[in-house]
Design a protein around this ligand. Structure first.
Ligand SMILES: Cc1cc2nc3c(=O)[nH]c(=O)nc-3n(C[C@H](O)[C@H](O)[C@H](O)COP(=O)(O)OP(=O)(O)OC[C@H]3O[C@@H](n4cnc5c(N)ncnc54)[C@H](O)[C@@H]3O)c2cc1C
Length: 492
């Protein structure tokens, strides 16, 4: 087989998160020689959990949508071959996937658009006509998502100019009540975008994917990471861990390989950077990118970081819950603060794990910004613990007394920054806001032959958004015709 840019033989992938591993498995299945390089000792990026006091703590996988048989994410997993390796547990068994608790009312997000519509109508009786319109748009996007048109139709013909306008402004123009605005403000937090800035398309995709069906892992998320890694190996791909990519080598406008932190050079016909584009730009020779492209990357706004607390609690006192709880605070119908809670069985008998997560910007941790994880002082530990204790206090309003609960671990945006090299500890990468729609559209065109981007910054964040983005990257590499024949043809 001749090696052309449409068909590069040796492909290096920088970053072993779900984005890099997904691209790796598809290309290895198509008989490319694939090597994924990972700076951390263990592969998996945000997908991988960690263990403290024998308890497994999740990082970037708390729940996922659309994994029922025939649903979009499940079809991607089936194509890759990872489904049998990842035990899952369906959420919503009590009619609730997410419980939203506001000061003055509670809303249950159920499985299914019909049930969602019914709950909206009973919670917001004065919004009937608005709800009809919102549900109609949601059904349309759910259909687009289910048909996987996003992979089949490269021109994205299902998008209209309205797809990129603000969902929040649209709802306000319709005259939705502040209660309805509060409820509808929660789903875009799952991709780190405030409702007011969230393009309608991203809004509907995120909500629709969880309404189709929602799932938790019935295993540690390290098992999910291992499933992707072992499956990549079984289709002939390699993962090199514990050595980060430092420089991307370019010759005559074309990628040649990577210089690793260890000094080792790896050659490649194509490189997929499944990491943040700003990190990629810093790895390129100074003149490799057009000045305008480099400038735009440097100006891109990222999503905020997250602060998380994992708490071990007596399973006898607090039973695991089959749904998540969001404690929410609104001001004038605008969501101002929220805390996500997930109470589930832990990997230790008799102990349940309560994970609590909220938004936190890196500025809050400015004092320690120049220090690496594992080397921060006691003041940092104290600041983390103080904040965690305030959270635990708030959580007692939801769960009752948490006496005897033990903090297993606390993480800040600095932790995430250092673990996966995410700029400023951004949880979901580039902010997918209406303001940045045009700025992010150009990103794929690096104009360097053989250099492609993947990962959550390519299309959208979240496990589903990241994986769809990686499928699209492979389509760009091998061309739409071959992609339709050899990839899509296999699972549609
Ligand atoms: C706290 C938290 C909770 C979340 N919860 C959910 C959830 O419940 N459901 C959901 O769908 N999504 C969730 N997400 C989002 C989801 O985890 C991410 O969108 C997704 O995992 C991103 O995958 P990725 O491959 O793009 O990036 P990453 O997982 O960040 O992978 C990038 C990899 O590249 C490596 N790397 C970076 N620089 C280099 C280099 N120079 N050389 C070599 N390797 C390098 C990193 O170490 C990392 O392993 C959550 C995210 C966070 C932070």
């Amino acid at each position: 087989m001749t090696q052309t840019m449409q068909d590069p033989k040796d492909i290096l992938i920088i970053g072993s998160g779900v984005g890099g591993l997904t691209a790796g498995i598809i290309l290895a299945k198509l008989n490319h020689r694939v090597t994924v390089v990972e700076k951390n000792r263990l592969a998996g990026g945000l997908m991988r959990s960690y263990t403290r006091d024998g308890i497994d703590c999740p990082v970037g996988v708390h729940y996922m949508g659309s994994l029922d048989r025939g649903q979009p994410l499940r079809r991607l997993w089936d194509y890759l071959g990872v489904t049998p390796l990842i035990p899952l547990e369906r959420m919503g068994s009590e009619g609730v996937i997410d419980r939203y608790i506001f000061d003055d009312f509670t809303f249950d997000l159920p499985e299914g658009i019909d049930a969602f519509e019914e709950n909206l109508r009973s919670s917001c009786p004065g919004d009937n006509s608005h709800i009809t319109s919102i549900i109609s748009d949601l059904r349309h996007t759910s259909h687009v998502l289910s048909s996987l048109d996003i992979l089949i139709s490269p021109a994205m013909t299902f998008l209209s100019p309205e797809s990129f306008t603000s969902m929040g402004e649209h709802l306000q123009r319709m005259g939705c009540s502040s209660r309805l605005l509060s409820v509808l403000g929660v789903p875009p937090t799952l991709i780190g975008v405030p409702l007011q800035e969230c393009p309608a398309f991203y809004y509907h995709m995120t909500l629709a994917s969880y309404l189709l069906s929602s799932w938790r892992l019935a295993c540690s998320s390290s098992q999910m990471a291992d499933a992707f890694v072992s499956h990549l190996a079984s289709v002939g791909g390699d993962v090199l861990t514990g050595d980060g990519a430092e420089k991307i080598l370019i010759e005559s406008g074309k990628v040649k390989g990577i210089v690793m932190e260890s000094g080792r050079t790896l050659k490649a016909g194509a490189i997929i950077a499944a990491i943040h584009p700003a990190t990629v730009a810093a790895m390129l020779p100074g003149d490799a990118l057009r000045a305008s492209y480099a400038e735009r990357i440097s100006q891109l706004e990222n999503t905020k970081g997250l602060f998380g607390v994992n708490l071990a609690i007596d399973a006898g006192a607090h039973a695991a819950l089959p749904y998540n709880i969001y404690q929410l605070y609104s001001e004038d119908g605008v969501l101002s603060r929220g805390i996500f809670h997930q109470l589930r069985r832990s990997t230790q008998a008799g102990i349940n794990l309560l994970s609590m997560i909220t938004t936190s910007s890196i500025e809050e941790w400015n004092e320690w910004i120049r220090t690496p994880s594992g080397q921060r002082d006691q003041d940092y530990m104290d600041a983390k613990e103080d904040k965690a204790r305030r959270f635990i206090g708030e959580a007692t309003k939801l769960f009752g007394s948490l006496t005897g609960a033990k903090i297993v671990d606390i993480y800040t945006p600095l932790t995430i920054r250092d673990w996966v090299h995410s700029p400023d500890g951004s949880a979901y990468g580039i902010l997918r806001s209406t303001r940045q729609v045009m700025k992010t559209a150009f990103l794929k065109r690096t104009l360097i032959e053989g250099l492609f981007l993947a990962g959550q910054n390519n299309l959208a964040p979240g496990i589903m958004g990241t994986m769809l983005g990686s499928f699209q990257t492979v389509r760009n590499i091998i061309g739409h015709e071959r992609f339709s024949r050899e990839v899509i043809g296999d699972f549609l």
